[in-house]
Design a protein. Structure first.
Lengths: 302, 221
């Protein structure tokens, strides 16, 4: 066990030495990995921000139900009774048409317009709050209410939230596809860098094999080298995403304030950041592994 | 300890380099293998650490049929052999000390023990004090001794050297040969190839002469 650890420590030290010695090519490879991975990682952060925005809206599971103009008080009472008896509905508020008009009149700039009207064009309305905030429940409820004979129009705010959510899902799929596509490219990049490194050490590899080094031993420092390059690339990607989001948030904040919102794009969660690092590290490792295996196969005597 | 039975070797697209060679080397022997250039000396030696495989016949080392060894087992065979290559194969971007430490880096030896062995090997070839030098700074004879130190640092029971005296002046060649004789005196089995028959006859040891792929002479002292 101790000697196994020693072997790995040696390989890691050798890899660090190589990383330091090859500065340029290893650095470029880490840079390529970093820039490439910052695209899906950044895209993912933006999507997370948008879906949290959508989720915030859906948190207020509000449905507005407008009655037909000309409905009587008994129509309103009947609907109120029905709404209150529905188990899915938590709270029902009646907004009489006179009150709605008053509210509208209070809105700046509209008072004159409303005074010019000779009658109240607004219908009676209910504002209903569902117990369950899932977009599915809201949509179903809205659909049912629409079918009631005295109801003219039902507006569920959660619907656009749902559209946003499904858009975000689509975006997430695109980000995943992008990441998968880039993964191939990054494996190829590491494959090449490691190959160059192997070629500068081909004498050492040849002698080592001749005097009894196993393939595992020869492979090990290169695997560490690939891993380190990948991790460096992953860290760089996180740095780029962080810097990008900071810049963006400066602008978003001013925009959000005008809407009375404190919305901002959050940096990747710890788990997601770790996933980016692991992904980058794994790509580096894989590229290196393919590269050494290929080389060892080439030099293997027939 | 080492035995060849009816070994033939043909390189792809070439002629038979060895034709039905049979021989046995016992533990503790020192055997010189001679023959003109191209006679197959290097090929014969390369069959022992399975650097080359025989076309037919078998090579047995320490009871193990190395001609049928799985590739994964070959490194472990080689660690038990000391190999001095015809072209030395030193690493010229490393110090003498690092060159000698190379075979120890694959083994699981503790660093202190590894350093001790490297020093002992340098001592045996008379290069203590030159460990920090780069091989290019050394004379031909000294470089050859670095190669020998690297071969013996794992304390192998069998030492195989391919033309270790080639390109050396008489004095340096003599010194190198004496190192091998000294190892043999402490019980190491030594196989040494050389095209210079005159150089080795004076030692009065077994000489195997190769010609046209056959052992044409096997003179025990
Ligand atoms: N890898 C090889 N491929 C093809 N032919 C080879 C190879 N190695 C050696 N030979 C040929 O085999 C013959 C014997 O070579 P070698 O064993 O090196 O002889 P020696 O060491 O006695 O000079 C030579 O004709 C050489 O050209
Ligand atoms: Mg030769």
């Amino acid at each position: 066990m101790r000697s196994w650890l020693r072997q790995h420590r040696r390989a890691l030290v050798a890899a660090l030495g190589k990383l330091a010695a090859q500065k340029a090519s290893g650095g470029v490879s880490a840079l390529v990995i970093g820039v490439a991975l910052s695209l899906p990682a950044g895209g993912y952060s933006l999507l997370e921000g948008l879906s949290s925005l959508a989720a915030g809206v859906a948190l207020e599971p509000q449905i507005s139900v407008y009655l037909k103009t000309g409905s009587t008080q008994s129509d309103a009472d009947a609907l109120a009774a029905r709404l209150k008896s529905d188990a899915r509905i938590g709270q029902v508020r009646f907004v009489p048409r006179t009150e709605a008009l008053k509210e509208l009149k209070a809105t700046e700039g509209l008072a004159d317009v409303i005074d010019a009207l000779d009658h109240n064009p607004l219908p009676d309305a209910f504002v209903v709050r569902a117990r369950d905030s899932s977009p599915e429940t809201l949509a179903e409820l809205a659909q049912e209410l629409r079918r009631a004979p005295t109801v003219a129009h039902v507006q569920a705010d959660a619907v656009w939230a749902r559209r946003l959510a499904s858009l975000a899902r689509l975006g997430r799929l695109a980000v995943l596809l992008l990441a998968a596509l880039l993964a191939f490219g990054l494996v190829a990049v590491t494959f090449n860098t490691i190959r160059l490194q192997i070629l500068t050490q081909r004498d050492e590899i040849e002698v080592s094999k001749l005097i009894g080094a196993t393939d595992t031993f020869i492979r090990r420092p290169f695997l560490y080298l690939g891993l380190l390059q990948g991790l460096a690339g992953g860290a760089l990607a996180l740095g780029i995403v962080w810097a990008g989001l900071s810049l963006l948030n400066g602008e978003v904040l001013t925009l959000a304030q005008t809407y009375g919102s404190s919305f901002r794009f959050d940096f990747l969660s710890q788990g997601d950041a770790l996933a980016v690092m692991l992904f980058a590290g794994a790509l580096g490792w894989l590229g290196a592994s393919l590269s050494v295996s290929r080389y060892l196969l080439e030099v293997q005597p027939k | 300890m080492i035995s060849f039975s009816a070994v033939s070797k043909r390189y792809p697209g070439g002629q038979d380099v060895l034709r039905g060679v049979s021989l046995t080397v016992n533990a503790g022997e020192l055997v010189f293998i001679t023959g003109h250039s191209g006679a197959g000396k290097s090929t014969l030696l390369k069959l022992i650490p399975a650097i080359e495989r025989p076309s037919t016949g078998s090579v047995i080392v320490n009871g193990q049929n190395v001609s049928a060894l799985r590739p994964a087992a070959i490194p472990f065979l080689r660690r038990n052999l000391g190999l001095v290559f015809q072209d030395q194969k030193l690493l010229y971007d490393r110090s003498v000390y690092e060159n000698i430490m190379l075979p120890l880096s694959f083994s699981s030896l503790a660093p202190r023990e590894a350093a001790r062995r490297a020093r002992a090997a340098l001592d045996k070839v008379g290069l203590l004090g030159r460990e920090k030098a780069n091989p290019v700074q050394l004379s031909g004879g000294e470089q050859q001794r670095v190669a020998i130190a690297r071969a013996v640092v794992n304390r192998p029971a069998i030492l195989i050297a391919d033309e270790p005296t080639a390109n050396l002046d008489a004095e340096a060649a003599q010194r190198v040969l004496e190192i091998f004789v000294a190892f043999n005196q402490v019980g190491v089995t030594v196989l040494l190839a050389t095209h210079d028959l005159g150089l080795v006859t004076r030692y009065g040891r077994r000489v195997l002469r190769l010609a046209a792929g056959h052992v044409v002479e096997d003179s025990a002292p």
